[in-house]
Write a protein that binds this ligand. Sequence first.
Ligand code: AQP
Length: 327
Amino acid sequence: MKRVFSGIQPTGNIHIGNYLGALKQFVELQDNSDCIYCIVDLHSITVPQDPKKLRESIRNVAALYLAVGVDPKKSTVFVQSDVPGHSELSWILTCCSYTGELSRMTQFKQKSKEKESAPTGLFMYPVLMAADILLYDTQIVPVGDDQKQHIELTRDLAVRINGKYGKDTLVVPEGKYMKSGARIMALDEPTNKMSKSAENEFSRISLLDPPNKIKKAIMRATTDSDGEVRFDVENKPGISNLLSIYSVFSGISIEQLEKKYQGSGYGDFKKDLVEVVVDALAPIQQKYNDVMESGELDKILKEGAEKAGAIAQKTLRRVKENFGLGL
Ligand code: AQP
């Protein structure tokens, strides 16, 4: 079975972009692969977090993993900072990375706004992400396509290290991206990706949003003035984004949707989309409440960390041996 690894930051409520780009793949892969899914809390402190809210958010993301269908009997689910190997391998990789390649990372450039006071953690984020992946001899990484550059860096680091320290040192992973849903855009500015930490809460739909919030976000979503429901990312990014969301949640192809709404305005299309999204999220919200009430979450995360920790130790022993570290 192939080894799969991925993670999501506990930086706020998981939105439909995280779900359609990454989480949906988590569930699909777990029947035929050895899956390890992590709540990457060390990544979240690359920007300041309120400690109380962060702890809540970690449990919230873990519960959402289970609510969308990640099954702890099939997949290993744990919190990143519970396995110290992530930080240890991250340092080893740091020493093999170049400041030039890290400076070129788009996410760093966007989030740091090229300020001198940008946190060093933001700069090192891709190296920690590479450590997360390489620590588990991962072959497949299901992610949204905003992570492509970081996956490429992870591959570069693994190949570079294998070239210098022996080809068995690290497994070179591959990214896996959805055909549709790999990049869901912000509802207010459809040229930016949907993001947990964007200021405008109506720019996203979170998995736990109530129906009235979903309705407001969709009805206010930026479209264009020609009123034609047609998929054209370049000229009609807003309606194209809504068409993608409608299509992945309903299973109806974009071509069929274009036909269905030919001649009707955006209003009818948006009203139907509200219903589709509300119906799709209702069972997830119900399961989330069940998980939270079950009191099983902490046990699942503890067992997950033990399982992940054992795999991590094996990789670290091999890496340290090849680097000549320790006795
Ligand atoms: N808009 C998106 N469309 C499709 N996939 C997306 N992902 C994120 N945004 C979209 C994928 O979700 C996974 C988890 O992302 P993350 O929490 O590690 O960090 P992120 O990519 O930085 O996500 P956010 O929502 O934008 O969070 P903040 O605002 O905290 O930075 C990844 O697989 C990602 O590709």
